[in-house]
Structure formats: structure tokens, C-alpha cells
Design a binder for this molecule. Structure first.
Ligand code: 5AD
Ligand code: SF4
Length: 480
């Protein structure tokens, strides 16, 4: 679910975290603002969950009179929603803090807040290391922001990194910032109980908890009524979603939830991310097959194709088990696209074991993958138990081989689409040409095609593909 570029459907190189910062703003909010109105500016890094959280933060702040701005220079409050997943992500955040420091020196009184996973990981150390930071707020403490901001305005720096077992922000209606008005994220659960040995998330986002299913369906309904046509249900591990209705004791599983959201309207597409291979059930797969509006796309990170490494990673499945899962998906949903996350050079990985990862990419036939080399994170199981013993050059070499293999597989995957016709949801104008629309098919592939009068973002159209790269399908609309 790692979001560097949500529109990308082909190959992804080691993510350049410096390119991930996204500024949220709201055009409407910028008009007619009065000069004494307070403004906040927020940049988000990391996973889709963080982007979704920034919309919750925006909502909380707008309730106390703050307006969003895309211009850091006029902001009274500058916030950065941070990622700790790899060292590089944290380096990027520190670089951005230098820029904010300069801004603060030019405009004394501007407050700087660090939110998200890095805030949680470093806690009050942040205030010691970064003297100009005023607020440090962890992922479960955003309701406290108005209070922390008001204290900081009085000169009291504040930290709240309390991790909750209950907080899901179920009642907060996210302020959809920087949205295309067509697709939106809905956070359905928070935290993670999986304890993959390489991962810092269980420490930064706390225990797993599921959000009230009624509030999720209500949010999807509201989005549909506002003109949105696609929702992505978000969580670190969506397949373990489980919510018990306190009145009836009825338990809503992820498969049930998918069906309930799909029932909102046949024209509302439903996507979800991320699935842990151990938790995705046949029931989920059959539900996907049953509903045309649940997209045929699963992000199913393998991490490694080798059973010994998977064991060290504490993934709780082995190569054979994962292969069976892939077979089951293609059996129940033959045209499903599957994507993955892959880590190169985990502790003690041999050349042979690395080759198992390459062969897994070929076997699974991923449409795309997010690929990284291993980055040791302080405090994780792997950091405590295993030596980070693969030299950086070897990690990089293996990553390159993984990228090459995935590029080849993505290319072949997309070539197979030439001549096919897909139902595409128009998201807007293509980045490369204002004569073209861009949109996605059910398999989450980006499709680019010439514009035609009378169509706009949010419309469904049929597009026949005549060309493909490893990242994009190119085609033409056909009459209905
Ligand atoms: N080093 C490299 N990649 C990591 N990921 C998580 N932790 C690490 C780490 N320490 C990757 C995994 C995960 C994705 C979000 O980031 O592939 O699925
Ligand atoms: Fe998202 Fe935090 Fe994980 Fe980064 S470390 S990908 S922000 S959950």
C-alpha cells in the first residue's frame, strides 16, 4: 500500500522518498479568506494511510478555524506527516525540516509540527534534536492537535504520542484535500499486529483495531452522493478487519464489509489495500468475483520468494503456501491483477535465495511491484535478532535484478492487454498531454486515451487498447 504514485500501474523502482511529499490544499478554501484567518500547510510522506490521516488532521483543524493553504509562506502552522519505514524516508523528512526552519526564522511565530510515524518513533527526542519543532503528534493523537496548537501558540512545546487501542477517528469526516473528486481513501482499520521482523509499523501505529462498519458504509455513501466514483478501503492489513456490532453482537468480516460497500451503488468502484497473504480468504475472493464493482486487483506483498527468508521475516507463510494462494486467486478471479512489495538483501540472504524471489515474480506474474532494499529499523525484531550483513552494493545489485525482472513481467502483462477493451473510470487529464484523458481499469492499470466531447472525470467509458508500455496502456474510446 506504499504510495509513491497511486496512478502508476507498471514498474516501480526503489521509491525516491524525496518525491513523495504531497502538499494538500483546498482550492475552495483559498477563496474569500480573510487576512486574520489562520492557515495550515501539510506535507505527507509514506503510505496511503498517512495521506488519509492528513485528511483527518485537516478536518480536525478546520473545526477550530484553520484553513488549508498550499502556500507554506502564508501558513501559521506547518506540518509534516512522516514515514519511518526506511532510513531514506526519515532522511527526507529531516531535509524538509531544514526548509521549514528557514521559513520559521523569516516568520517568527510560525509553528512547526511533526506528525505520524517518525513522531511516534522519536517522541520527545524530536524536540531535543530539532530545536525549531513545536509539536510532535503520533498517529493516534490527532484529536489533541487543537489543544497542542493552542499551547504552542502560548510558547509551550507539546508532545502527544499516546497509542490507543480504540481510536479509529470513525466520527471524523475527512477533509478531501488535493482530491480529483473521483477517487477517495476510506480508512477502515488502524495499526498492525503482524510483527514482520523488518517492520517498524507495529511500533509506530500500535495495535490493530477495526472501525465501526456503519460509519464506513456511511462515508462511502456520502462520497458517492458527492460525485465520487471510486473508494479504496485502507488498512495495514485489511483482510483481518473484524467489527462486532455492540448491539447485536453480529460480526462483520472483511468480506462482509466489501459487499456492504459494493452495495452502496453499482457505479461506485471498490478497491482495497493492503492484503496480507495469510489473511485473504476464499470468502473475500468469491465476494470480489460476485461484484462487478469490486475491482479485480489485489496488492499481495510477498516480500521474499524464499521460505527460509520468509521465516526470518516472520511472515508466517512459506513459498509453497504463497504459490497456492496465487493459484487460488487466478482460479476464482481469472483476470485478477496482483501486485507486490519486495525486499532485496534481507539479513543472511544468499544469492540462491535471492533467485527464488526473481522466480516468484515470474511465477506470480505481478502487474507491478514496489521494490526496496532492506533498511534496518531500530527496535524491530530483525534489528534485535539478526545482523544486517548484506553489503549495500549487493543489496543494490539484487534490487536492480528484481526491478529488471519485474519490468519484463509488467511489460508482458500489459502486452497481453493489447486488443482488449476495458471499462475505464476517467480520473482527469493525462499529465503528458491535455488532449488525453487518464483513468484506470479494474486491474488498476493506468489507461491513456484521446479526449472526446461530452465526457469528463467520473464517467465510465470503454477503451480498446492498442499500445502498451510497462507502466501504461494506451488506447481509444469505443462507442457504447
Ligand atoms: N526495509 C525495506 N523495506 C521495508 N518495508 C517495510 N519495512 C522495510 C524495511 N525495514 C517495505 C515492505 C512493506 C512496504 C510497505 O515497505 O515491503 O510491505
Ligand atoms: Fe505508512 Fe508509517 Fe508505514 Fe510509513 S511507516 S508506510 S507512514 S505506516
Amino acid at each position: 500500500m506504499y504510495n509513491d504514485n497511486p496512478t502508476l500501474s507498471g514498474i516501480k523502482k526503489e521509491i525516491d522518498e524525496s518525491k513523495q511529499g504531497e502538499v494538500f490544499f483546498q482550492e475552495a478554501g483559498l477563496q474569500g479568506t480573510v487576512s486574520d484567518q489562520k492557515h495550515f500547510y501539510i506535507e505527507s510522506y509514506g503510505c496511503q494511510m498517512n495521506f488519509s490521516d492528513s485528511e483527518i488532521v485537516a478536518s480536525i483543524l478546520s473545526e477550530v478555524g484553520f484553513q488549508p493553504t498550499r502556500n507554506m509562506e502564508v501558513a501559521d502552522l506547518i506540518m509534516i506527516n512522516t514515514c519511518s519505514i526506511r532510513e531514506k524516508a526519515e532522511d527526507t523528512v529531516r531535509k524538509r525540516l531544514r526548509v521549514f526552519d528557514k521559513m520559521k526564522q523569516q516568520r517568527p511565530g510560525t509553528l512547526v509540527g511533526v506528525l505520524g510515524c517518525m513522531a511516534e518513533r522519536l517522541k520527545s527526542k524530536f524536540l531535543e534534536q530539532e530545536k525549531l519543532v513545536d509539536l510532535v503528534v503520533g498517529p493516534d493523537a490527532y484529536r489533541d492537535l487543537p489543544n497542542l496548537v493552542s499551547n504552542a501558540e502560548d510558547g509551550d512545546k507539546g508532545v502527544n504520542v499516546f497509542l490507543s487501542r480504540e481510536e479509529t477517528y470513525a466520527d471524523i469526516s475527512p477533509l478531501r484535500l488535493g482530491s480529483n473528486g473521483v477517487s477517495a481513501f476510506i480508512s477502515i482499520m488502524r495499526g498492525c499486529d503482524n510483527m514482520c521482523s523488518f517492520c517498524v509499523v507495529p511500533y509506530t501505529r500500535g495495535r490493530e483495531r477495526s472501525r465501526n462498519a456503519f460509519s464506513i458504509v456511511a462515508e462511502a455513501t456520502d462520497l458517492y452522493q458527492k460525485g465520487y466514483r471510486e473508494v479504496t478501503l485502507l488498512g495495514q492489513n485489511v483482510d483481518s478487519f473484524k467489527w462486532e456490532n455492540p448491539e447485536t453482537q453480529e460480526v462483520v468480516s472483511f468480506a462482509d464489509l466489501l459487499a456492504q460497500v459494493a452495495d452502496v451503488h453499482p457505479n461506485l468502484r471498490v478497491r482495497f489495500s493492503t492484503s496480507h497473504p495469510k489473511d485473504i480468504t476464499d470468502e473475500v475472493l468469491y465476494t470480489m468475483a460476485r461484484y462487478e464493482n469490486i475491482c479485480n486487483y489485489i496488492h499481495l506483498p510477498v516480500q521474499s520468494g524464499n521460505s527460509r527468508i520468509l521465516d526470518l521475516m516472520n511472515r508466517t507463510y512459506d513459498r509453497e503456501w504463497y504459490i497456492n494462494k496465487i493459484n487460488r486467486i487466478y482460479e476464482i478471479i481469472p483476470d485478477c491483477a496482483i501486485s507486490s512489495d519486495i525486499i532485496a538483501g534481507f539479513c543472511t540472504e544468499t544469492e540462491e535465495e535471492h533467485k527464488d524471489t526473481l522466480s516468484m515474480i515470474e511465477f506470480a506474474g505481478y502487474s507491478m511491484s514496489y521494490m526496496f532494499f532492506y533498511s534496518e529499523r531500530p527496535g524491530t525484531l530483525a534489528a534485535r535478532k539478526y545482523e544486517d550483513d548484506i553489503p549495500l552494493e549487493i543489496k543494490k545489485k539484487r534490487l536492480q535484478e528484481i526491478i529488471q525482472t519485474q519490468t519484463k513481467v509488467s511489460q508482458a502483462h500489459n502486452q497481453r492487454d493489447i486488443g482488449k477493451t476495458f471499462k475505464v473510470l476517467i480520473e482527469g487529464t493525462s499529465k503528458k498531454s491535455d488532449q488525453d484523458f487518464k483513468g484506470r481499469n479494474s486491474q488498476n492499470k493506468m489507461v491513456v486515451f484521446p479526449k472526446a466531447a461530452d465526457y469528463r472525470a467520473g464517467d465510465y467509458v470503454n477503451v480498446t487498447i492498442h499500445k502498451a508500455t510497462s507502466a501504461t496502456l494506451i488506447g481509444e474510446m469505443i462507442a457504447e
